[in-house]
Structures are given as structure tokens and as C-alpha cells.
Design a protein around this ligand. Structure first.
Ligand SMILES: [Zn+2]
Length: 125
């Protein structure tokens, strides 16, 4: 789903964006001429690789995803919120899902089998 930055209303608008095997659902609204606030929940499942054995495993996602969208460069470095800079005035929710998924994929992940092994090893010693 794509939406033009300038068309985003100042009252919260509900949205649902399906991308690959995940769904981003929530609301967004404009909080200043150059900032949009998004409150959303990312659900679904995505494959990740185990760092120990390299096996692929599907993990279930249910993550709160709150962030700001900035029209162009975001200048306030004091902000503690996650800020995504929008370059051409078009918000692309697929792209947001994609970058969130790739950050999940690059997270440290250990599959169930390796976790079970860990527990066994801990018990033996
Ligand atoms: Zn593993």
C-alpha cells in the first residue's frame, strides 16, 4: 500500500497492509506538516535462520511497531522515537514491512532444536 504524504489526515486513519506472510495493521495521522505518527502491530510469520545450525524456522510475529515518518530529512536528533525518512513524498508500507522483516531476519536467532540441546547440556553439567 502506498499513500501520498500530503494526503494523510490529521485525524487517525485505520490501515491494514499485507506484505508477504505478514500484516501491518494500525492507524496513522499527521502530527506536524512534516511528521506522521504510526501506531501499528506487525503480525504473521517469517522464516529466520538459526545462527547455530543454519536451519530455517518460521517464527510468529506479534510486535508493536510505533514510529514516525518524516517528509525528507529528520532534523530533531533528540527524538527517542524510531523515525523513517520518506524521500519522494510517497509512503510505501510494503517497504516499511520489508525493512522490518530484514531487521528481524538479521537478529540473533536460535532454533528450537538447538535451544533443547542447550537445556540438555546445562542439565549435564
Ligand atoms: Zn539450530
Amino acid at each position: 500500500m502506498k499513500i501520498e504524504f500530503r494526503k494523510v489526515p490529521t485525524t487517525p486513519k485505520e490501515f491494514t497492509n499485507n506484505f508477504a506472510s505478514v500484516k501491518l495493521e494500525g492507524s496513522f495521522c499527521k502530527i506536524s506538516p512534516t511528521l506522521i505518527k504510526v501506531d501499528a502491530q506487525l503480525t504473521g510469520e517469517t522464516p529466520v535462520l538459526c545462527i547455530r545450525c543454519g536451519e530455517e524456522e518460521n517464527i510468529n510475529l506479534d510486535e508493536k511497531l510505533d514510529f514516525l515518518l518524516s517528509d525528507g530529512m529528520f532534523k530533531d536528533n533528540e527524538s527517542e522515537d524510531l523515525v523513517i525518512e520518506i524521500e519522494n513524498g510517497i509512503i510505501d508500507f510494503d517497504e516499511i514491512c520489508e525493512s522490518e522483516l530484514s531487521s528481524i531476519e538479521s537478529d540473533y536467532h536460535i532454533c528450537k532444536n538447538c535451544l533443547d540441546d542447550n537445556i540438555k547440556i546445562e542439565k549435564e553439567f
